[in-house]
Design a protein around this ligand. Structure first.
Ligand SMILES: [Zn+2]
Length: 241
């Protein structure tokens, strides 16, 4: 295979890799946000349950306070009843006693309802306790892994960019400009296409037997008659590797 063709194949493989890496680097911000958002969804659903628990606990504390106040009121009414001097005082105290008892009964009913709700909320939190305990650590690990992968991609991108510049510089000017023109023209950036089973892998057209033969020989630059890309067939040992 002529040296230029080897260089073109190498250039194409390098560019295809560079395109892949560029896409990864270009979408890094987006992908980082997706990971963060996924963890944030878990965190916010946990916060929502914890918020419900806190609200119920606050309501319960408020009711307990009201019950305590009502008990003070009830004790006073009870004292007033014992010390009532006349019918009017007696009736007032009786009425106050009745009111206080009804208030306490009402608050206690509400406390029971809240306790039932709280039990459900605590159960939910209990079922997710593992998730709650590990969420922050998992988020940190996922972000660390992601940043490490991006760093690897960036390093690889820089390395290949240097390699690309060197490889491109050694190509004859005519081939270099053909390559660039074709790579820029096609959406997939493919200027050099492999031939597999007699077909151009860029446009999928079956090549004429003579073209296939010439590509296989690899001693001159052959282009696809359909898409004009430069064609190559890997050597047998490469193909089987
Ligand atoms: Zn083609």
């Amino acid at each position: 295979m002529i040296a230029e063709l080897d260089k073109l194949i190498d250039l194409q493989k390098t560019d295809t890799n560079l395109r892949r890496l560029k896409r990864l680097l270009d979408t890094a911000e987006e992908r980082r946000a997706e990971i963060e958002q996924e963890f944030e969804q878990h965190a916010s659903s946990i916060r929502e349950i914890q918020g419900r628990r806190d609200t119920l606990n606050a309501k319960r504390a408020d009711l307990e306070r009201q019950i305590a106040e009502s008990k003070v009121y009830l004790e006073r009414a009870d004292r007033n009843l014992k010390h009532s001097q006349n019918q009017k005082e007696y009736e007032t105290a009786m009425r106050d006693l009745d009111t206080g008892q009804k208030q306490i009964a009402g608050f206690e009913t509400q406390v029971v309802e809240i306790m039932e709700e709280l039990e459900g909320v605590e159960k939910e939190l209990g079922e997710r306790s593992d998730e709650i305990a590990t969420l922050d650590a998992k988020r940190d690990a996922a972000m660390k892994e992601f940043e490490a992968a991006i760093k690897v991609d960036k390093t690889e991108f820089d390395k290949l960019s240097k390699h690309r510049a060197g490889a491109f510089a050694t190509l004859p000017a005519r081939l270099a400009s053909i390559y660039d023109r074709m790579a820029q023209r096609s959406r997939d950036g493919i200027a050099v296409a492999e031939v597999i089973n007699g077909s151009c892998t860029a446009c999928y057209v079956l090549l004429r037997p003579q073209v296939q033969l010439n590509v296989k020989k690899g001693d001159e630059i052959i282009t696809c008659e359909n898409c004009t890309r430069i064609l190559y067939m890997p050597k047998r040992d490469e193909a089987s590797a």
